[in-house]
Design a protein. Sequence first.
Length: 574
Amino acid sequence: MAIDQAILAKALVEKGIVKEKTLKSLVDHAKTQNITLEQALFEREIIPDEKLGAVIAEMYESPFVKVSDKVIPEPLLHVVPYALASHQLVIPFEKNAMELKVATNDPQNFELLGALEKKTGLTISAHYATEKDIKASLKAYNKDVNEKFNKLLKGALEDPTKIESLKDAAKILDTIILFAFQNNASDIHIEPHKEFVIVRYRVDGMLQTIAELPIAVIDLLTTRVKVLASLRTDEHRAAQDGRFKIELENNEITLRVSILPTYDGEKTVMRLLTSTNQELDLESLGYSAKNLDIVKRDILKTNGILLVTGPTGSGKTTTLYSILKLLNSPEVNISTIEDPIEYRLEGVNQIQVNNKAHLTFAAGLRSLLRQDPDIIMVGEIRDEETADIAVNAALTGHLVLATLHTNDAASTLPRMAEMGVEPFLLGATAKMVLAQRLIRTICSKCKVEYKVKMDQINEIAKKQSFTKDLEQIIEYLIKVKPELEGKVVDNTITLYKGEGCGTCGNTGYKGRLSIAEVMEVSDGIRKILLENGSSKDIEDQAIKEGVITMFQDGLEKVIAGKTTLEEILRVMRT
């Protein structure tokens, strides 16, 4: 049962948590989107989840709990099966002889609580937890999925003859996909070798082997994927691409499929495109407060072009979707041209590139301009024609968001010029360039600190084949970042690492954040652009104007204990 919206609104104002003007805007937004005030508050993230959660818990007259901080005993996971936990958003987290404590975002769901009481024979103590926190905590069920996965594979490995039909292959494939989903994998690789098949997942940007299957299953597995993706099952010598949706334990998962013939058979790579695997909000992406302020300021402009750049897998598309989510409202017409459409955004007109139908980025962008758009998102600027249309769209009163493949912010504008865009047009339209990478974050469950002498920092870097003067950069960061003051004491800096545990698969890392450099196109940078200056000239000017480079942003996160020095050196070395 939802709490009274008017009472919640009054409580938020009386406690000084939200101003009346902001609250009115939120109430209007909630009505427009047909969502509750709580959902609007969590969506906009105006106040921290925990602070808002504590207020809502008080109104429910229930204790507040941050269940993701709890270590949930494995036996409790069997009390509330994953299907029920994910569907009803309820997780048991503590139990004694008489009482079972559960986290739920609706402590007044008496039907659910009664059913649990009847099932367990215990008194149910309902604690309020935010929906976002509960969804994060569902990862605790990974062990349950892992057991199912290993049990199925064990049977396959002991007796390969049991895998003799598409039905058997379907069970294996379902388990592979569900296990990948539960572990937040972005990609699944099914690779044939001479005597076995390797299944690998890309988790937090790193590939890891999950299992080895008998080579006898490869043809059946590949055929099953082809059937689901509506591809030709009789074609084994050509590459095929497709996509499909599958529902597993109340989770709708969308996968993009690529099948390619190799020497030992057809290799399948599936990318998980489900939007529930990724929270689309700028605050959670890891930007520094300064960078976040610049981004939020520039995306409110009514015209111009904003470029997000970085290598494949650096989170560019997620950043663009997060920006679109912020800009999305009934008052503006937002249209996108993408390849592929990775997330579905309600209220946004999304167009999939289709080269067979001659719907390219350039053709689609040209057509979008006749659809009365206010904001246009171009999935990727790949050629001169697309670049030219995008810049002209920005010149004619549209806000254009686009991605590009360059190594840093400074080299992005010269790259656009190389693609045939006139420097004076680029100078007139480009408002901001955001370059980013993704780094792994230290696992919070096994995080430990250690001390390093500042004069040893460069020796660590050299072992990683890195030649920059880290000591000098860290000293500069501490000087310009007041929040880092006091991090170096007696020529010693405190750093952090993960020792490895069951939660992070003994890697020491869990989750990822962005490191970024955000460069506004100032008059000084425009002048360099018009004079055909180099990317080094632009970089020097940007730093002179106060831009924190991506490497510096990464080191700041190292000093703050969010990631390791080795991780930053690994990412920035490439």
